[in-house]
Design a binder for this molecule. Structure first.
Ligand SMILES: Cc1cc2nc3c(=O)[nH]c(=O)nc-3n(C[C@H](O)[C@H](O)[C@H](O)COP(=O)(O)O)c2cc1C
Length: 371
């Protein structure tokens, strides 16, 4: 039974893998599309360093392969130039004492030939996701992807492994696998996007194979305890669906117990998911009894709800997306119950190479930071 003293709140220190974090406020991964030419910049270093009072920062999703180029000016971690450029970002965060994980990402079917030098995006099956993308030729619908041949899959697992190694060379403290939101790992896992009839499709065990192979590859680089994975069992983005999400995600999460991971990062449904169709809601109580390790919960939290979920014991840390985007000093604001800046969706994503600071590094702090 929890005693009053042992009840966690957002400001209780916590062990995460080998690290001790000063608080349980995590910056959720957020794509900001300001890596011009997919190369990280000094502006990105400034942005992440501003948010360093969060116990852990997770980067925006970062390509492990050029075929993952779903969004213009998203960063990569597959070339030497990218690795070198990330170093200024990790150094800026570490100079201020932060802990920093890189989110490894393959977009799979979320792509378009106009972003991929004319190539089709790849996926478990030739089933198009729903939705649109901004491309050099304007706004386009998602293209029907090319189904990966079975012999091509090991090379993609290897891209994740190499990305993990590159993240280590760039100075990160760990990596998070993007297994959420309808991208490649999620596409293999859910049967709405995976209709393969080989050992990567059909049964839940087969659909989870790609995810588990990637986890195995990445933990071979970092060990389990500096690797996390984000999952979104109720996400409907890009037309994602599964005929039995409770069974599918229970299997995957049970299997993840075997890796001694730093954490799993579980997303709750958002308003669009809830309005789209029936989804698992809330997610956390379903999977908490299955997962034996650390859980970061995400989705729509404020200070009160964050403290409530921590004191319930259903999660160990809480990640904040939009609130940390708009409030670089969110932990301090929570501590003193200050008003919060409002996130401006118009500047969530960079457009081209102009005005990139706007809505990025210019959200005000509560008061000027001491020099
Ligand atoms: C601008 C923006 C970009 C995002 N990009 C990513 C991403 O790159 N990777 C990811 O896993 N989630 C991404 N997300 C989702 C967030 O990590 C988070 O799950 C979501 O915002 C819900 O948390 P919140 O209610 O605290 O904002 C993004 C969200 C926003 C607002």
């Amino acid at each position: 039974m929890q005693t009053v003293d042992s009840i966690a709140n957002l400001f209780s220190p916590v062990k995460l893998g080998p690290y001790t974090l000063p608080n349980r406020i995590v910056m959720a991964p957020m794509t900001r599309l300001r890596a011009v030419g997919s190369i990280p910049t000094s502006l990105m270093a400034a942005y992440y360093a501003q948010r360093v009072s969060a116990g852990l920062i997770i980067t925006e999703c970062t390509m492990v392969s050029p075929l993952s180029y779903g969004y213009m000016n998203c960063p990569g971690i597959y070339s030497q130039e990218q690795v070198e450029a990330w170093k200024q970002v990790t150094e800026a965060v570490h100079a201020k004492g932060g802990k920093f994980f890189l989110q490894l990402w393959h977009s799979g079917r979320v792509g378009h030939p106009s972003l991929l030098n004319g190539e089709l995006p790849v996926a478990p099956s030739a089933i198009a996701g729903s939705g649109t993308l901004h491309t050099p030729i304007g706004k386009v619908n998602l293209e029907t992807p090319r189904a990966l041949e079975i012999h091509e899959i090991p090379a993609i697992v290897e891209q994740f492994r190499q990305g993990a190694e590159n993240a280590m060379a760039a100075g990160f403290d760990g990596v998070e696998l993007h297994g959420a939101f309808g991208y490649l790992i999620d596409q293999f896992l859910q049967d709405g996007s995976n209709q393969r009839d080989d050992e990567y499709g059909g049964s839940i065990e087969n659909r989870a194979r790609f995810l588990l192979e990637v986890v195995t590859a990445v933990t071979s680089v970092w060990g389990g305890d500096r690797v996390g994975i984000k999952l979104s069992p109720s996400n409907t983005f890009y037309g994602m669906r599964d005929s039995n999400p409770q069974a599918t995600f229970s299997y995957a999460i049970e299997a993840l117990n075997g890796f001694n991971l730093a954490y799993i990062h579980l997303m709750e449904p958002n308003e669009i998911d809830l309005a789209t169709r029936e989804v698992l809601n809330p997610v956390l109580p379903i999977f908490r009894p299955i997962y034996k390790g650390t859980i970061i919960t995400n989705g729509g939290y404020d200070k009160l709800k964050g403290n409530q979920v921590l004191s319930s014991g259903d999660a160990d840390l809480v990640s904040y997306g939009k609130l940390l985007l708009a409030n670089p000093d969110l932990p301090r604001r929570f501590q003193v119950d200050a008003d919060l800046n409002t996130p401006d969706p118009k500047t969530f994503y960079g457009q081209g190479d102009k005005d990139l600071e706007k809505g990025y590094t210019d959200y005000p702090f509560l008061e000027a930071q001491p020099a």
